[in-house]
Design a protein around this ligand. Structure first.
Ligand code: NAD
Ligand code: ZN
Ligand code: ZN
Length: 346
């Protein structure tokens, strides 16, 4: 079968032929309907030999949806042919966070060598993918897998971040979204649906700001050195109660903390090497800064239900397997609008 793999440290993604996998005991084999391309793939492909904790080659893709093709020994309660999304942050399934469905915060994944698909385990950008346990499958029902697949990360990650900020996003509050790409453009919609906050979106590209307005941002601001001042001006000097940085680079983290109000909730989601200065006098009184990772299984069910109610419109660009490398190239150069989704079996 065809798969997109990252084969060696310092290399680029490649389309290769690999053997079709067979499900072992407890595993489920999916015929992949759709697989999203996330900016984190470039983080993985930027790891040095010392930083990488899993063997190469790696089949990429941590946003996956497919139909159940076959099951391994002992798998019960799943229906062949059913359309499912894959919950990606696999954990041990048994520790305290895992018991709560928060396998993204599994206490034992590192020790046990458990990796998410596409981030260590073979991923979704392939004709078939193995899922380690049926508990990672969330039924899609009538949801279009192409529009829904980004929700497994580009939806789930901002959903998790926004949910923890809900107590401060009261009427009259402001939420700032920095970087309105794959995650950011879904974040805006989640904020509009879950909160009464005024949403201010920042990006470096006018096209991305136009997308931000299309999906519901009340205001857009160019992400430059004046951005924090412009947000303060927009909020009468008060600042934003919720700040979600989907870039996470030094200048955006600086903007994120500089525009935060008293008691703000700042989430650094993007993996851009930035660090926030936290300490008395460094940011507004009682503001908190977090660096969340992905989301829990119950939150994935919730975000899919939100999509089912028709209030989330993920903008997708689709690519056949033969054009998968073009999707990576366009994402790398900032030319994707919304999320790039690869259709390995189209
Ligand atoms: P993307 O490329 O689709 O979107 C990034 C957006 O940021 C683009 O619109 C780009 O124009 C914009 N941007 C770039 N520099 C900017 C700046 N200085 N100011 C404002 N906007 C700027 O990427 P994505 O797939 O949405 O991922 C976003 C980030 O989140 C990446 O760093 C990714 O690795 C990270 N991520 C983190 C988690 C997590 O669990 N913490 C999960 C998924 C992705
Ligand atoms: Zn991702
Ligand atoms: Zn666990």
């Amino acid at each position: 079968m065809k798969a997109v793999q990252y084969r060696e440290v310092g290399g680029k993604p490649e389309i290769v032929d690999v053997p079709e996998p067979e499900p072992g005991p407890g595993q489920v084999l999916l015929k992949v309907s759709a697989a999203g391309v996330c900016h984190s793939d470039f983080v993985v492909m930027g790891f040095s030999r010392d930083e990488i904790t899993f063997p190469l080659p790696l089949t990429l893709g941590h946003e996956g949806a497919g139909t159940i093709e076959a099951v391994g020994e002992g798998v019960e309660g799943v229906e062949l042919g059913a359309s499912v999304a894959v919950y990606g942050p696999w954990g041990c399934g048994r520790c305290l966070p895992c018991s709560r469905g928060a396998e993204n915060y599994c206490r034992r994944a590192t020790e046990l060598g458990i990796h998410p698909p596409g981030l260590g385990a073979p991923g979704a950008i392939a004709e078939y993918m193995l899922v380690d346990d049926a508990r990672h499958l969330v039924p899609l029902g009538d949801l279009d897998p192409v529009a829904a697949v980004p929700l497994t990360d580009a939806g789930l990650t901002p959903y998790h971040a926004v949910k923890s900020a809900l107590p401060v996003l009261v009427p009259g509050s402001t939420a700032v979204v920095i970087g309105t790409g794959g995650l950011g453009h879904v974040a805006i919609q989640i904020l509009r649906e879950l909160t009464p906050a005024r949403v201010v979106a920042l990006d470096v590209s006018e096209d991305k700001l136009a997308l931000a307005r299309t999906v519901g941002a009340h205001e857009t601001v160019l992400s430059d050195e004046d951005a924090a001042k412009n947000i303060l001006d927009l909020t009468g000097g008060v600042g934003a109660q919720g700040v979600f940085d989907f870039v996470g680079a030094p200048p955006t983290v600086a903007t994120a903390t500089a525009c935060a109000s008293v008691e703000a909730h700042v989430s650094i989601v993007g993996i851009g090497g930035g660090a926030a200065e936290v300490g008395f006098g460094r940011l507004a009184y009682d503001a908190s800064v977090r660096a969340p990772y992905w989301g829990s299984r119950d939150e994935l069910i919730e975000v899919l239900d939100l999509a089912r109610s028709g209030v989330i419109d993920v903008h997708v660009e689709t690519y056949p397997m033969s054009a998968a490398l073009e999707a990576y190239d366009r994402l790398h150069t900032g030319r994707v609008t919304g999320r790039a989704v690869i259709l390995p079996n189209a």
